[in-house]
Design a protein around this ligand. Structure first.
Ligand SMILES: [Zn+2]
Length: 212
């Protein structure tokens, strides 16, 4: 014998009755890609309707989002300067640090999550410091700078730290840095589980972070 799932799938009102997963606006986080400069709104051909925007345009976008009832955003930084260890990510004058302060000043009700990784900030496009002998990312050295980056972003007013760097031990390390720095109230949303997905290419385009 087999189960006839079609009985509850045939009609929309029946599906509505048995549906287990409901997606509401509250379940989504809107990604924003912040670039240095003014009056910039760069279209990304591989991601229609997604733009790299300077802070002034990010503010306009936030206003629009709030009108639509969308109040969770996640920021990705596109710095003008990149180097081998992603030092701009550790500066409280970096592009994301600036963006958080301005957004929170104008829209304190917005929940601002911060992508935490180094691939947008390193000239090689990998997610941390490279160990030349290993020819790979130095996991533990990267943990330390992830912790420092989290502290910088939390002290700029960020509401949630969202690490995407795939380093072993990163959530525990970031938690320890945040707690020690007085940010026990800041949640961590790790989202580094990677799947084989056609979205990665376009995402790398918009985040200017294709690895070498
Ligand atoms: Zn990364």
């Amino acid at each position: 014998m087999f189960r006839r799932f079609k009985r509850t799938r045939l009609k929309a009102p029946m599906r509505a009755l048995v549906r287990e997963t409901h997606l509401r606006k509250d379940d989504f986080i809107y990604p924003l890609f912040v670039i240095e400069g003014e009056h910039i709104k760069n279209a990304i051909p591989s991601m229609p309707d997604v733009y790299q925007m300077s802070v002034d345009n990010i503010l306009k976008e936030c206003e629009e989002l709030l009108k639509l009832g969308i109040y969770h955003i996640i920021l990705f930084g596109l710095p003008s300067h990149k180097d081998s260890c992603g030092s701009e990510a550790l500066s409280d004058k970096g592009i994301i640090a600036k963006a958080i302060k301005v957004i929170k000043k104008h829209f304190p009700q917005m929940i601002v999550a911060l992508d935490l990784c180094f691939c947008e900030y390193t000239d090689h496009g990998h997610c941390g410091i490279i160990d030349k002998n290993l020819n790979s990312v130095d996991n533990d050295a990267t943990l330390e700078i992830l912790g420092q980056q989290a502290l910088v972003l939390a002290s700029c007013g960020g509401d949630m730290i969202a690490p995407s760097a795939m380093m072993d031990g990163m959530v525990a390390t970031i938690r320890a840095y945040l707690d020690k720095g007085g940010f026990t109230h800041i949640p961590i949303m790790s989202y580094s589980t990677k799947f084989a997905s056609g979205y990665y290419g376009p995402f790398r385009d918009v985040a200017n972070s294709a690895p070498s």
